[in-house]
Design a protein around this ligand. Structure first.
Ligand SMILES: [Zn+2]
Length: 134
């Protein structure tokens, strides 16, 4: 197994970090999905202005924000999952596009990073050129 300069201890540390991130992301999804309902029980004494909004746009905006947040968290979770899988495979720390080792400082800042800085930049440029989201 040709690990890109990552010893077992470093891998274990990244794995630990990724698992913590995964838990945090899962908790965030839970809070979004169930938070609103539970919140209303807690604040039963307060006026329920949220239910009585005659402005549908406000409710729609809130819903959009939730969806956007969930989508973002789902993407993050997917990256974390594949990073964990790559630790199992012994491929962790290699860029999925160019197969070069990802800079260690980059991994420390973004343990779920799948690409080296150069390929990530290219990837994001292509995404924004494709105009995925306006
Ligand atoms: Zn690369």
């Amino acid at each position: 197994m040709s690990s890109p300069g990552l010893d077992a201890a470093a891998l274990e540390q990244f794995r630990h970090q990724l698992l913590a991130m995964k838990r945090a992301a899962a908790d965030a999804v839970d809070a979004r999905l169930h938070g609103h309902g539970e919140h209303r029980h807690d604040e039963a004494g307060l006026p329920r202005h949220a239910d009585e909004t005659d402005d549908d746009a406000a409710a729609e905006t809130q819903r959009q924000a939730d969806v956007t947040h969930l989508a973002r968290t789902a993407t993050a979770l997917r990256d974390i999952e594949s990073a964990l899988a790559r630790i199992e495979n012994g491929e962790y720390g290699l860029c999925i596009d160019c197969d070069e080792p990802i800079d260690l400082r980059r991994l420390q800042a973004h343990p779920a990073a799948l690409r080296c800085a150069r390929c990530q930049q290219l990837f994001e440029t292509q995404l924004s050129r494709a105009g995925v989201r306006g």
